[in-house]
Design a protein around this ligand. Structure first.
Ligand code: AMP
Length: 146
């Protein structure tokens, strides 16, 4: 049976996150795998380096938001014993950045949450679905409680 040696857990800090953390811990223990952790900042404006660093309209608020996100990530990292250099906070589109990181870090499996969408939401697509179609590695979509 294939065992996973390197898990990448993608977290969006939603209320479901503790559920995915628990499942990831179990899977890591069973496989004796190491865990990396990623959160993609898709709601904080990205500095546009091609035009020099753009100072956002409300620079202080952006910095505070960034600090909050960093703290969230570090908190989860500590909970799962993820070394600091394996905690990733990246700007961009979640699907793209998670897939790029998985490849760069030679990850065996990406773990994400899945809401089991229906109707229009299903057509719009989920992060889990986007990742599944853009990464060569395995993807585990944890069904989140309703
Ligand atoms: P969604 O499709 O947006 O409902 O998200 C489903 C799952 O994708 C979440 O439970 C996370 O595992 C992952 N995810 C969504 N957004 C992000 C993000 N910005 N950074 C990291 N992971 C994310």
């Amino acid at each position: 049976m294939k065992t996973y040696k390197h898990i990448l857990l993608a977290v969006d800090f939603s209320e479901d996150t503790p559920f995915i953390i628990q499942r990831t811990r179990d899977i890591a223990l069973l496989n004796k795998a190491k865990i990396s952790l990623v959160h993609v900042l898709d709601n904080i404006p990205m500095p546009d380096m091609s035009y020099g660093t753009i100072i956002p309209l409300d620079y202080e608020i952006e910095n505070k938001l960034l600090e909050i996100e960093k703290n969230h990530l570090n908190h989860i990292g500590q909970e799962l014993n993820v070394p600091e250099n394996q905690r990733w906070l990246i700007w961009g589109s979640p699907e793209d950045e998670i897939c790029t990181l998985a490849e760069k870090e030679s990850v065996d499996i990406i773990i994400v949450g899945s809401h089991g969408r229906h109707g229009l939401a299903l057509l719009l697509g989920s992060t889990a679905n986007g990742i599944l179609h853009h990464t060569p590695c395995d993807v585990l979509a944890i069904r989140l409680p309703k």
